[in-house]
Design a protein around this ligand. Structure first.
Ligand code: PLP
Length: 436
């Protein structure tokens, strides 16, 4: 075994970051990488914001820790700001975790507790979608559809209901069939009817797919139909906006593009923009009241609502408000779309460029006409990411293993025009040199 100290599984090609500033990563070998994906689509305000560090330090000097059921000034301030500025008005209850997996796990359990508290004890199933990712705990992996990340854990996964993702490019009705969205919504209802509506607690979905599908857009009729189906059958809608929330798609939350009203929403990465590990579960009074009446509460994690993390998140949100960064995400996103379309729109190996705000997926194929994929063994996505690094730009991998060769772009909302140019140029070169 190598004596390399990090990562856990030794990797000779590991990228050794010394420090970061703005949208740039400075490596220990003297090279610079432009971060086209803000890490794992998380760095919404860029690196090096000293005022976030100062706010976090002040919180830590004031207290290292307080058990989650207690209130603290940092918790109160963050929740007050979330309610006043960011959250849809019906999502009044805020619960905090350290990351997306923890938060999704808690959200799924809250849905189960909700029905248990109401005495609807048959409602124990959660429907996910075939192309999705909700985290890496046993429950979130089970509900999600990320094939590659489940390998070896099948024995602990009992929840297997998955509806199709409305995937226009590869709709079972045919490429870009006009009714791809309706078909996917109908397929969800078919599953509900086959299982028995009174056995289903919740339907879980990303309003716009995160990296699991690479910004797959759902089509205009999908969400209105799904909202209606779930309402008719008494099923809770849980939206996972861990990746697409907090301005990433050019609105506070991606559900706002579709007038989608979730019963429970999870959102995290952009909440503290990478400055602290924190992720929120946001629920309506109607979801939480039965729990309160029955004396139930979701069990906290030791680090839920850590005061330092709350202070960091509060400051990051304040910066996003002050600099109007959600509007900027929408504007720069359209500028990025134009650049991507012009450089890669007709590329023989690019099947689709899709996305919203500053979040894009670029799907690469062996044959643009037939949509034939590159063989899995060619590890095309990894090759393109590696070639991008050679060009001085980092892109994030998308796909689930079965769905593959998707590059994700999601830079900080402060990105400049020159940086957008650099990203698009590097991506084109990386694709061209990787496909020989
Ligand atoms: N849900 C979605 C949509 C995500 O994109 C992710 C992570 O990328 C998660 C959940 C899991 O979050 P974490 O990696 O913070 O546990």
């Amino acid at each position: 075994m190598s004596d390399q100290p990090w990562p856990f599984v030794p990797n000779p090609n590991v990228i050794d970051v010394d420090h970061a500033e703005g949208r740039k990563l400075y490596l220990s070998n003297g090279r610079t990488l432009l971060d086209a994906s803000g890490g794992a689509i998380i760095s919404n305000i860029g690196h090096g914001r000293k005022e976030v560090a100062d706010a976090t330090a002040a919180a830590m000097v004031s207290m290292s820790y307080a058990i989650p059921p207690f209130t603290t000034p940092q918790r109160k301030r963050l929740v007050e700001r979330l309610r006043r500025v960011w959250l849809p008005s019906h999502l009044t209850r805020v619960w905090l975790a350290s990351g997306g997996s923890e938060a999704c796990d808690a959200a799924f359990k809250i849905a189960l507790q909700h029905f248990n508290a109401k005495g609807e004890t048959r409602r124990t199933k959660i429907i996910g979608r075939d192309i999705s990712y909700h985290g890496t705990t046993a429950l979130t992996l089970a509900v999600g559809g990320h094939v590659a990340r489940k390998v070896g854990f099948e024995s602990v996964m009992t929840n297997t209901l998955r509806a199709p993702t409305p995937y226009s490019l590869r709709s079972p009705l045919g490429r870009h069939h006009p009714d791809f969205d309706i078909a996917a919504a109908k397929a969800l209802e078919d599953i509900i009817l086959a299982e028995g509506p009174d056995t289903i607690a919740a339907f879980v979905c990303e309003p716009i797919n995160g990296s699991s599908g690479g910004a797959i857009m759902p089509g205009p009729r999908y969400w209105p139909m799904v909202q209606d189906i779930c309402q008719r059958h008494g099923i809770l809608i849980i939206t996972d906006e861990v990746m697409v929330g907090f301005g990433r798609t050019g609105k506070n939350f991606a559900a706002e593009h579709f007038d989608l009203k979730a019963d429970i929403m999870i959102s995290g990465k952009g909440l503290a923009g990478g400055y602290a590990p924190i992720c929120g579960v946001f629920a309506s009074d109607a979801v939480m009241s039965p729990l309160a009446d029955a004396g139930m509460a979701p069990m906290f994690y030791t680090y839920s609502g850590h005061p330092g993390a709350c202070a960091a998140a509060d400051k990051v949100l304040e910066i996003m408000e002050r600099e109007e960064l959600v509007t900027r995400s929408a504007q720069k996103g359209e500028e990025l779309r134009e650049r991507l379309n012009s450089a890669l729109g007709q590329h023989p190996n690019v099947a689709e460029i899709r996305g919203q705000g500053l979040f894009f997926g670029i799907e690469v194929v062996a044959n643009r006409e037939t949509l034939e994929m590159f063989p899995a063994e060619s590890r095309m996505t990894q090759r393109i990411v590696g070639a991008g690094v050679e060009e001085g730009v980092f892109f994030y991998t998308g796909g689930t293993g079965a769905v593959r060769d998707i590059l994700c772009i999601g830079p900080a909302f402060t990105v400049t025009d020159d940086e957008l140019d650099q990203m698009v140029k590097a991506l084109k070169t990386a694709i061209d040199v990787s496909i020989v």
